[in-house]
Design a protein around this ligand. Sequence first.
Ligand SMILES: NC(=O)c1ccc[n+]([C@@H]2O[C@H](COP(=O)([O-])OP(=O)(O)OC[C@H]3O[C@@H](n4cnc5c(N)ncnc54)[C@H](OP(=O)(O)O)[C@@H]3O)[C@@H](O)[C@H]2O)c1
Length: 341
Amino acid sequence: MTHPAPKSFQQWRLAKHPDGVPTPDCFELVDTPMPELAEGQVMIATHYFSLDPGMRGRLSGDSYAAGLKISELIESAGIGEIVASRSERYGVGDYVMGGLGWCEGNVVSDRGLQKLDPALFDDKVSMTATIGVLGVPGLTAWFGLQDLGQPKAGETLLISSAAGPVGATTGQIGKALGLTVVGIAGGSDKCSYLTELGFDAVIDYKQASDLPAAIKAACPDGVDIYFDNVGAEMLDAAILNMRLNGRIVVSGQVSEYNRAQPHGIRNTTAFITHRLRMQGLVVYDYHKQFVDAQAAMAKMIRDGSLRYTEDISQGIADAPKAYEALFAGANFGRRLIKTIG
Ligand SMILES: NC(=O)c1ccc[n+]([C@@H]2O[C@H](COP(=O)([O-])OP(=O)(O)OC[C@H]3O[C@@H](n4cnc5c(N)ncnc54)[C@H](OP(=O)(O)O)[C@@H]3O)[C@@H](O)[C@H]2O)c1
């Protein structure tokens, strides 16, 4: 028996632009009536959606994508099931992933969605991996390290926010490429996790009174590639330890996102003396190569050389608090919201 399509869905919308860390009052949960489907549209019941630190910039203004306006749906990756369709591509009961947003469901165009075959997923590769290790975070690691990092076996790779989904994936890809991998993370649990993943050394930056010295102790010959997810003081400390011709991959700047004034980059003289190169990426620039990268990473997951952790909260009501907590380091792996029981 098919159930009638819902008349409305709960959706998190922007209530005010944050000033500093995005607090729950920046978001408003709105029971949103669903329109009649137009040709080429589907209604999706969202099962999971992601909470992304990189989306912070768009809550205040323009980033590499346009900033969100007041009352707009908060954007994120999601997985859902089609519950009504006027699309030739997707029928009721199909599973899809795409930019579904922080919501229990929505009516959207059938463009920009990707069909997921539940038969392809199991205990090793979960369907949620498509919005995590096989989605934007994993792909950022894959292309950032290999395209911008230009790794060569035997080199030393240093990663900040190393226990996050981008950082942990970067480290494991680095190990598979024959690099010596050093991770920086906050707290002993995260550091132990990185050791379990095969990192050669870890630095708990919350315990390090002198971060440049801690990096020097962990990387005595210097750092060839710094994969930066954090920026600011951590970037300053890494620059002081770069080797000649070192590469700095700017993936994210999570410690800059909530500052009124950016800390910026210090120690720039080292770029001259050590012939350093620093380059950022937007992962979507590599979209034509996503399928091949996803196949390669899925193979690594199946052979045990790539592990991933998901940190799943139950219930849509939790999203703003769980998002705020990302900036206090509370997530252990890819932070997702499961909307249904
Ligand atoms: N360029 C691209 O196309 C692209 C795409 C996706 C993501 N990214 C970026 O990649 C980075 C990592 O993303 P992710 O999804 O894997 O998230 P993530 O690393 O899990 O981000 C949250 C973690 O960042 C650390 N953190 C938060 N505030 C911090 C601060 N003020 N100082 C130091 N560390 C802080 C915390 O870890 P600790 O407990 O270890 O401090 C926290 O658990 C983000 O900066 C994101 O913007 C870039």
